[in-house]
Write a protein that binds this ligand. Structure first.
Ligand code: NAD
Length: 469
């Protein structure tokens, strides 16, 4: 079913009326729902998902399987294995001074939740958070991006096929739709997208004091020192950067390299591109397109801006407007005021910036907003620790990139400008639940002896309590 903007309030009310039915489901019932979703992604709709993403931006099938379908299935497996434990009422210690009571933490559902997702990994970033929301026992309205219309309308079909709308519904639409949804008093909003829109979401949420998870973006730096095996490192960076044509929130945004190995990096880069995508990446079936004309033009403008500032294209640089194609591009000698060094690139262009000392590299990173991901390539423990100790970031991977995203035992998310809150595994479950504290008193406790009137012997008990308990 498709929804018009004036239907959102009634959809919200239906979910609100149903929230205790959904919230009171046990772990078996929730796992059953998750398995239904898993089956749909793994079998019923697998080919449709591949087709939709190819139609949207020529995303290669293997990348769809690996980066859209697999992470959600893996999340479902992980959550299904652990949910029984996470939902157990957890007993915690009660201080001696409160003798006669017992204490617990209950992970109760937040209630009615809104998930707003971006276009770059539309299936993964819509259904991934949904897994955590279902695990938490919530009802959910999903709003995917309008920029991948084929995938969004397929996801609407999948959701309508699997769930009743008073439990989970998917609303398609543009910014106007998102804004109309943000007017409603959701109990939690999970937003993935840009820092600019993240601020709009947080402002809207503040009206109802709705809690938020903001999975945002920004510039993710990569530092390479002179101790590395350069071919191995470049291979990993080219893989991480040009997957999804660079449209990945945790892709290496730019490289900071020891100036003594700059030329080795450039030579190795050219070889790796040929190995991965042949002489002409435009004809490679392993390389995506830019999602739409708007983003293609944004990237083109950044390239023009850098050319006007005497930067040097070391490799790539070809474009084809009719296809929204941009060749994997390496660019050096960028001045720090260029758009490519100021804004998140979110495309297949990699700036290479040299440094003389690690202190200089770290100083540069710290002059910017806290990144979502920071990558370190080094064989020297001392250098790795120096960078870790003197920078801040949402996530870090040493001697590789992107992999930190795949371990569900690790929290995933940014810090300040790159995000608020975490996703994945237990951390994602916590975002969609309220840690409700419960204290049960069984017998008369010490505190009951301290009611007014406040006599001298009661004061003595308080003095002793402060001293000894
Ligand atoms: P975006 O912020 O433009 O849009 C995200 C969603 O917000 C879409 O559904 C869109 O319809 C909606 N939206 C856009 N403008 C809005 C407004 N004014 N009011 C309300 N809703 C609005 O982001 P995008 O272009 O889809 O995705 C790219 C950004 O997302 C990059 O910054 C990237 O780093 C980030 N990202 C972060 C993660 C992460 O996990 N941290 C993952 C993927 C992408």
């Amino acid at each position: 079913m498709s929804y018009s903007d004036n239907m959102f309030a009634s959809l919200f009310d239906k979910q609100k009326a149903n929230q205790f039915n959904i919230g009171n489901t046990n772990y078996k019932e929730r796992v059953k729902k998750l398995k239904k979703l898993k089956h749909a992604l793994e079998y019923t709709y697998k080919q449709d998902i591949r087709d939709a993403l190819y139609a949207d931006f020529k995303k290669p099938q293997l990348e769809v399987d690996l980066t859209e379908i697999y992470p959600v299935i893996d999340e479902i497996k992980f959550v299904s294995k652990n949910l029984k434990t996470w939902l157990k009422k957890q007993q915690v210690d009660t201080p001696l001074a409160m003798l006669g009571s017992s204490s617990y933490i209950i992970n109760e559902p937040k209630g009615v939740c809104l998930i707003i997702s971006p276009w770059n990994y539309p299936v993964n970033l819509t259904f991934g958070p949904l897994v955590s929301a279902i695990a938490g026992g919530n009802t959910v309205i999903l709003k995917p991006s309008e920029m991948t219309p084929n995938t969004s309308s397929l996801m609407a079909r999948i959701v309508a096929d699997l769930f009743e709308e008073n439990e989970i519904a998917l609303v398609e639409g543009e910014v106007k739709t998102s804004k109309a949804l943000l007017e409603l008093p959701f109990n939690h909003i999970f937003f993935t997208g840009s820092p600019t829109v993240g601020k709009i979401v947080m402002r809207a949420a503040s009206k109802h004091l709705t809690s938020v998870t903001l999975e945002l973006g920004g510039k993710s730096p990569t530092i390479i020192d002179d101790s590395v095996d350069i071919d191995k490192v470049v291979g990993k960076i080219v893989y991480g950067k040009f997957m999804n044509a660079g449209q990945t929130c945790i892709a290496p945004d730019y490289v900071l390299i020891d100036e003594r190995i700059k030329s080795k990096f450039i030579a190795s880069f050219k070889n790796q591109i040929k190995t991965f995508y042949n002489e002409n990446p435009e004809s490679s079936e392993s390389y995506s397109r830019i999602v739409n004309e708007k983003h293609f033009k944004r990237l083109l403008e950044s390239l023009e801006d850098s050319k006007s500032r005497n930067s040097k294209i070391e490799s790539g640089g070809h474009t084809n407007e009719s296809e929204n194609y941009i060749e994997p591009t390496l660019i050096s000698d960028l001045d720090s005021k260029s758009q490519l060094m100021q804004e998140e690139i979110f495309g297949p262009v990699l700036p290479l910036k040299t440094y003389k000392t690690l202190e200089e590299a770290v100083g540069y990173i710290n002059s910017k907003e806290k990144p979502l991901a920071l990558y370190i390539y080094s064989k020297k423990k001392k250098n790795i620790n120096y960078i870790l100790d003197n920078t801040r970031a949402g996530t870090t991977c040493v001697n590789h990139n992107l992999l930190q995203y795949l371990n569900h035992n690790l929290p995933f998310g940014g810090s300040n400008n790159s995000g608020i809150g975490k996703s994945h595994g237990y951390f994602g479950f916590l975002e969609f639940t309220n840690q409700r504290s419960l204290l049960k008193q069984h017998t008369l406790g010490a505190v009951d002896l301290l009611k007014p009137p406040y006599t001298n012997w009661k004061q003595k008990i308080v003095d002793l309590t402060i001293k000894w308990f």
